[in-house]
Design a protein around this ligand. Structure first.
Ligand code: ADP
Ligand code: MG
Length: 342
């Protein structure tokens, strides 16, 4: 069978079947932002990994080595944040083509270490091998969380409100501008572009994981389900719905989109709503919470982290499906159209 017949998520579902049931001590396994396993009575270890391949996940004409390192580490910290935990130790394996210099590898590690310094994890090992063509980076992060703070994708309840931190769509707007500049005849300089569109370029080149926010939400112990937005709001809300056995309704006008993202979208001739729904890599957190608890949590996150939380929709029953309500009140299917690996 060809991979494209079942796609990335179809493949992962088959692997999950093949691996079989969760063993003793495995609290969450395949199908969440990170696995959670029990190795001591009170604490769970969180495990997450990402592989990044040149020309699939990054472009060395757009991303500096430091930025590649930063983005790789942030993507993993974001998965730990989405479980309510804290990152601790990382293993980094690299497959290096001949064209990469020692200085470039050091710069890559500089980016990863900067995330480690900011979010308190340490790189404790890995592996180094040669690669025939492209640079490949495998990053595995180990974190920890108290068992009663763990937040999975699977706990959403019908009637919950769906919330999201920060703003969406900026990362994809930044990437599209950077890609457009590459292919333009005038060859707009990257530096000029970053001066003109600083916020969206930064959202793409140097994203921030919502670790403090995830931790705060987990410690309040009122969040029912949580995920980080890596694939786009539509796909990631879909993951919560599937794992929780519910449906979801998102109100288009409530999706938080920054003004520079809106301007950039207009400049690019695309819809800012689509950037937010399908763009991905914003690394914001989406979570569900009861309507009684929502106002207090929205306020405490804003007060303690400075990050706004928007209420963008609600959890409905599974047969009602995944729905996007437009400004005119019309109901549309909320379709996931993120990046397809196969
Ligand atoms: P995220 O976007 O949060 O990083 P992914 O979509 O990469 O999550 O992965 C979804 C789930 O599938 C995770 O629990 C992950 O650990 C698991 N997974 C992905 N690829 C594999 C694989 N090759 N083998 C086993 N589990 C996998
Ligand atoms: Mg994730």
């Amino acid at each position: 069978m060809r991979l494209e017949q079942i796609g990335e998520f179809g493949l992962i579902a088959r692997l999950k079947e093949k691996i079989g049931r969760k063993g003793h001590g495995v609290v969450t396994a395949i199908g969440d932002d990170a696995a959670a396993v029990r190795i001591s009575p009170d604490f769970l270890v969180l495990l997450t990994a990402d592989v990044l391949v040149e020309r699939v996940h990054f472009d060395r004409r757009i991303h500096s080595m430091w930025q590649i390192g930063w983005r790789t580490a942030v993507a993993n910290v974001s998965d730990i944040a989405a479980m309510g935990g804290l990152p601790r130790y990382a293993l980094v394996s690299i497959c290096l083509p001949e064209v990469i210099s020692v200085e470039q590898v050091e710069e890559l590690y500089g980016g990863m270490k900067a995330v480690g310094d900011e979010h308190h994890f340490e790189i404790v090992g890995g592996d180094t091998v040669s690669s025939p063509h492209d640079l490949v980076i495998s990053f595995s992060l180990f974190g920890e969380v108290e068992e009663d703070c763990l937040v999975s994708r699977g706990g959403a309840r019908v009637g919950d409100l769906i919330c999201v931190t920060g703003e969406l769509g900026g990362s994809q707007a930044g990437l599209a501008l950077l890609q457009q500049a590459l292919s333009s005849k005038r060859g707009t300089r990257k530096r000029l572009l970053e001066n003109r569109w600083p916020l969206v370029c930064d959202r793409h080149l140097r994203p921030q994981p919502r670790l403090a926010e995830g931790r705060l939400l987990a410690q309040e112990r009122v969040v029912h389900a949580m995920i980080d937005i890596s694939d786009g709001l539509a796909a990631d809300v879909g993951h919560i719905a599937r794992e929780s056995g519910v449906g979801a309704e998102i109100i288009e006008d409530r999706i938080p989109i920054g003004s520079q993202t809106r301007l950039a979208a207009r400049h690019l001739g695309v819809s800012s709503r689509d950037l937010a729904l399908h763009g991905g890599e914003d690394f914001e957190l989406a979570f569900t919470i009861s309507s009684e608890d929502a106002p207090g949590v929205v306020e405490s996150v804003r007060q303690r982290t400075g990050i706004a939380v928007s209420i963008i929709g609600k959890v409905i029953t599974a047969p009602q499906g995944l729905v996007l309500i437009s400004a005119s009140g019309k109901r549309h299917p909320l379709l996931a159209e993120g990046y397809r690996h196969f």
